[in-house]
Structures are given as C-alpha cells and as structure tokens.
Design a protein. Structure first.
Length: 478
C-alpha cells in the first residue's frame, strides 16, 4: 500500500505537469473573446491553485511506524517536533518528543493516503473542456469553466469557560502504612521489565510494561495471572503503549500512540476489542474507557482542550472546547494531562501535568469548572518555531520553565487520588484526596514511595523503577 501511495503521487504530478505545459501552449477558449495572454494567465493561475489545494483531501488509509520508543519509565514531553510533507496523494508526518533533559522519548513516522479532490476535479475539468473543443465548440462547459474555485466551509462551535473555584488549603494527615504485598525484582528478571502505568479492581491489579510491550495481570496476593500483548502492529499487539484503563467487566484497555488505537483484553487476557483513534482530529495522550467498553474519552489539545469520544465503529462525538480564562498564550503540549475514569460509569478526570487544576467530565460534557490543586503550579510558557522548506514544513513546540503538578492520578470510584509533584520536600509522594462526585478536596497523605499508583477500596498499588521494578500494595493505618 505504501508503494501504491507514492506511485499515485508521482503519477498525478506527472499528469499535472503535462496538463500545465499543454495549457500554456494552447489555453482553452473563454467567454468574452479574451486574448491568448489573458487566457494563459487565468488558466495558469487555476493550474497552480489546483496543486495547492490538491495536497488536502479526505484520508483513505494510513500506517504508522515507530523509529524510537523509550525503554522503561519515560519523562514528561516538553518539546514536540513535527514535520509534515504534503503531496497530492501522500502525506508523511515525522513526529518526535523530548523530555526536559533533551532525551528522545519517542520518534514516529506516519504515511497517509488521501484523495486530492481539488486536483482531480481540475484535471477532469480540463479534459472535459478539451473534449468539447475537439467537437468544434466550447459548449456550455467551456463557456462557464474559467477558473476552478474552491468550496470553503466553516464550522461554528461553542466554547466552555470556567467557573471560579477557591483554592483549598492543603491539610496533611499523618498516617501509617500497612504493606500488604511487596515485590522487588532485579535487572535480569523477566517477570516485568518495567512498570509504567497501573490499574486496579476486585480481581487484582494490571501493570503496563512498556519495555515488554505487554500488560501483566496480578492477583492481590501478587501471583501473576497472565500476560497480554506483544511487540507488533497487528491485532492484540503493541508498538508504543502509553496508558491503560479498565471497564466495568474488568477488561483492560491499552492506548497505543504508534498504531492510533486502544486495544482491549478480556478478564482471561485474550483479545477482546479494538477502537481506532484515526477518526479523531488530534492525538490522545491519555484516555478513559466507557463503563461498557464501547467507546473511549479523552482531550485533544489545541488553543484549548476539546473533550472527544470515539466508539468501535469510528463515530466521533465532540464536546465544547474548554478555554482557560485565566491563562493567556497557553496551548498545545502545555495543556497535557493525566486521565483516570470510574469503571462503573462514564465519569472521568483530566488533571494538568504542568499547570493548575483538573476537570471532572461526564462523557464529553464538562461536569464543573476547573478545580484548583491545593498547591498553585503555573503553566509553562510555550515557544513555537516554524520553518518552511521547498516541499516540507517543520514545527517545534518547546515548553519554557515547566513546573510539574499531577504526576499520576487514579480513582476507586469514591475518591479521586492525585499523586502530586509540586515544590515541597515531599514532592512526588503527596497524595491529594478528593471526593470523586463533587471534586471537593478532603486531605493529603504522604506515600512511602513515589511512582505510578492505582487504587481499589482501601488498597493502593505503588510502583517504581529503581532501576529494576519495585511494587507494593499498601493500606493507610490511622
């Protein structure tokens, strides 16, 4: 398919060049008896405009490959570079992410096959006019077809502004921790190569092993139940897995940025569904799966945040764009966040990684305005550099002076737990507790270790890589 894409691109460019030479040599007749020079100028302008518009069109097919995926835990991307090459049929996108230290987190390439409607329409018009001229008359088509004009349309949407909510005072509660289970591996152990994201339910907990391209499911005694996934781009395979979530039937769903899909594995680890994210106009860096497992929710970052959902049939639902009314000039990757959802209902949370506050969402509808964290964290500045080449454009977004807020987030369906970074000595171990229904802040606990978390009931799973994987299941003792 990739070969066909490039073949069609070069073929139509060749036809376009031949048609242009022919139009300059013998421009078609036009109404009002215009001179040869005027006809050459007008048809030449239409010829150039057709190619300019021809690099845009509906996408028919795409494929994504990963040139580099980070092994083990990854940092937060603060620099995003994307380079796009557009041709009439082929659209090639190169995308890379780097962390605060300049380390390459991921590098991906995407090739799409699109239908250049404007260019094909122009070529069809020229051939139709030539056919009429060959019969001795320009006819009605030749008399009216002077320029190919694009049809423009614009959509109107609503924007959701925020409510002003006072910042709560952080109340640190001293508790002890009972360790219910502890696992410590060495670097040569293949049980898991790394633990990068967690989910928990009555059956136990699920660990995303990015380096192993798989999910490991453990019961609450720490016994491995099964693995799901392997490296690849086929059904049930993972290329660049980023996060996971559970539905009400304990199916675990894994977001894969490289293949632009969310893959579901059943309670026994078998493949049990797949939702393509290609219909979305944007990228989801985090997601929440619906309770029924039939759709996923997330935020698309732009000038604001746009809540979206997509189901297994590719149907997309879009909510009102959320504008940050107290922050100016902040957009794109500066708005990235972490996501968690309730397995029993379609309520989910989007918490800012480098900014202040979180949103409670019901489907694609905003439940409440932005709820501030107990500790204020300013949004970073965003420096955008753009360059244009002869046939490609490159755009780099780099964050300046980022400060980190929500490091990870989870819910046990009653409480929302935010592991907070911030600037205090306990950074990364602060566990801010909120009511999941109202978003009201309740208290802050201090975790024994910093790392990804998941919760079920009173149990909290904490994992970290130091450098080999470590994991503990703990319960607060008051």
């Amino acid at each position: 398919m990739e070969t066909l894409t490039w073949f069609l691109t070069f073929a139509i460019l060749f036809v376009w060049m031949v048609v242009g030479i022919e139009l300059m040599r013998r421009p078609p007749a036009m109404p009002s008896g215009r001179s040869m020079t005027i006809r050459r100028i007008l048809w030449g302008a239409a010829w150039v405009l057709a190619l300019a518009l021809g690099v845009w069109g509906p996408e028919l097919w795409s494929t994504t490959g990963t040139d580099h995926a980070s092994r083990g835990s990854v940092g937060v991307p603060v620099e995003l570079t994307s380079s796009v090459l557009r041709t009439p049929f082929a659209v090639r996108t190169l995308r890379s992410e780097r962390d605060l230290d300049g380390r390459l987190l991921s590098s991906e390439r995407r090739l799409g096959l699109q239908l250049p409607l404007a260019l094909l329409g122009f070529l069809a018009l020229v051939f139709l006019v030539r056919a009429h001229e060959a019969r001795g008359s320009a006819g009605p088509v030749g008399r009216t077809a002077t320029l190919l004009l694009p049809l423009l349309w614009a959509g109107c949407g609503e924007s959701a502004l925020e409510n002003d909510t006072p910042r709560p005072d952080r109340q640190v509660v001293e508790v002890g921790w009972d360790t219910l289970f502890y696992m410590e591996l060495d670097l040569n152990d293949t049980l898991v190569y790394g633990i990068d994201h967690l989910a928990a339910a009555e059956r136990g907990f699920w660990a995303l092993d990015r380096s192993g391209f798989r999910v490991a499911h453990f019961d609450w005694e720490g016994e491995l139940q099964w693995y799901a996934g392997q490296r690849g781009a086929g059904p049930g395979e993972l290329t660049n897995p980023r996060s996971l979530d559970l539905d009400r039937d304990d199916r675990v769903w894994v977001l894969d940025l490289a293949t632009s899909r969310v893959t579901g594995f059943g309670p026994d680890g078998g493949l049990d569904g797949s939702i393509s994210l290609l219909p979305l106009e944007g990228v989801l860096h985090g997601f929440s799966v619906a309770a029924a497992g039939d759709r996923v929710f997330g935020m698309v970052m732009g000038d604001g945040l746009t809540p979206v959902s997509v189901d297994g049939r590719g149907r997309v639902e879009t909510g009102s764009t959320i504008l940050l009314n107290d922050v100016r000039g902040i957009s794109g990757i500066a708005l990235q966040g972490v996501v968690t959802g309730a397995a029993v209902r379609d309520r989910w949370v989007y918490g800012f990684v480098m900014g202040d506050g979180f949103y409670l969402m019901d489907g694609v509808e905003l439940g409440r305005g932005r709820l501030p964290y107990p500790e204020a964290v300013p949004f970073p500045g965003l420096v955008v550099r753009e360059s244009e080449g002869a046939d490609a454009s490159t755009r780099t977004q780099q964050l300046s002076e980022p400060h980190f807020a929500a490091a990870s987030i989870t819910t046990n369906c009653e409480k929302l737990l935010v592991r907070f970074a911030g600037e205090t000595p306990a950074r990364g171990r602060l566990l801010d507790v909120y009511d999941f229904e109202s978003g009201e802040y309740e208290e802050t606990l201090i975790l024994p270790r910093a790392g990804p978390i998941a919760a079920w009931g009173e149990r909290i799973v904490v994992a970290w890589n130091d450098p080999a994987p470590r994991l503990m299941v703990i319960r607060a003792r008051r």
